[in-house]
Design a protein. Sequence first.
Length: 457
Amino acid sequence: MKVNLPVHKGEVLDVTIMDLTYQGMGVAKVDNYPIFIENALPEEKITVKVTKTTKNFAFGDVEKINQVSPHRVNPKGRVYRQTGIAPLQHLEYSEQLKFKQHQVAELFAKVHMDDVEVLPTIGMANPTQYRNKAQVPVRQVQGQLTTGFYKKNSHQLMPIEDYYIQDPAIDKAIVVVRDILRKYHEAAYDEFHHSGTIRTIMVRRGYYSHEMMVVIVTRTKHLPMADVVTQEIQAALPEVVSVIQNVNSKKTNVILGPVNNVLAGKATIDDQLLGLTFAISAQSFYQVNPQQTEKLYQLAIDQAGLTGNETVIDAYSGIGTISLTMAQHAKQVYGVEIVPAAIDNARQNADKNGITNATFVLDSAEKAMAKWQADGVKPDVIVVDPPRKGLDADFIKSAGEMAPKRVVYISCNPSTLVRDVQRFAEYGYHISAPVQPVDQFPQTPHIESVTVLEREQ
Ligand SMILES: C[S@@+](CC[C@H](N)C(=O)[O-])C[C@H]1O[C@@H](n2cnc3c(N)ncnc32)[C@H](O)[C@@H]1O
């Protein structure tokens, strides 16, 4: 059946922006039919060109801003929005923080949990140059090996040297490595023909330690001139303590492949968080905003209400950062994580810090919970920090049946947080303190938060 839409593709019209989506796009409505528009802020009056229509919504591009929001700022050019590196950079930072608080509150309100209090987002004093890790695609652009970022929804690499939200020492390192690769005529990866050598440059730098890791991701096992390339990287970047070749020979969007060859130095870098030292491998997850991570973890520790006598489960434990900080305030901590390199790091990190009351298992969180439950482990506190898809229903079932006093939920996706909180309610858990968003990802719409759930007595 043909649907009569209130706007059509190619139409140009004047609209007022009412809201921002969770992805940071402006929303205008024509006869209640939403148009999503990039680079448009609430209260702005704009001329929009409709670029795409579907049954339920449309997309449009800004032609002209006729009335500018008082909260619009413009620290950087279009490229930062177009690539998705910093999609919210045109919104004043204090408003970004309010937007995130509001997003979480709205999601709870949508499921009739209007009584959930969401605190103002904890932000950064300097909300730029915070990322401790970069993964930059390498492609041939105008005859040269080039580093940059893809234009959103495209295969067009836009050359970039200042990434705005990354540690500037990392930005500098990427250019240095790029120039060395150019000097030795390394071939950039061609994803269309699945040919060429260099796919990605990944750089990680310890916020406190200043130890740097450079990972060169190649399609081929052989990296031509690997020795000289490595020596030049070390000579040009004295902070580098680890140079790794990662081989990813598949036709895939996944960045890292399964094989790592250490070309020079160590297989890990060290960094500190809340006074503990952590070894971090190329393949392991490590929070990208170390300054905010300390605030986030401190909150989680405070919310866990530890006295030294508790048994704690830290699910999705990564390299053991939360487990080991909590182990200092608990009787016993059990960590579970699915990535082998991260579990190796976690065990190594327990030794490094002389912590003997934390044990780590390599498994999926849902399976490990079922096993611990069967073994009669009785946690007082369960801490979860899952990826964006949130918790598995089986995980919540085991957690609910194990009946800990508290669940501390660190979330990087408020939609799945709200879903999981509702599932926990089926096991008698309710939110017992205001939800606290912590801005781990300034200039982007991503939202991190800490929520504590307690069991009704
Ligand atoms: C958001 S990170 C948190 C890591 C750690 N808590 C931290 O703060 O550094 C989520 C972690 O969950 C792991 N993971 C993903 N799916 C998993 C699963 N089904 N079971 C266990 N761990 C999983 C990822 O490898 C990653 O290390």
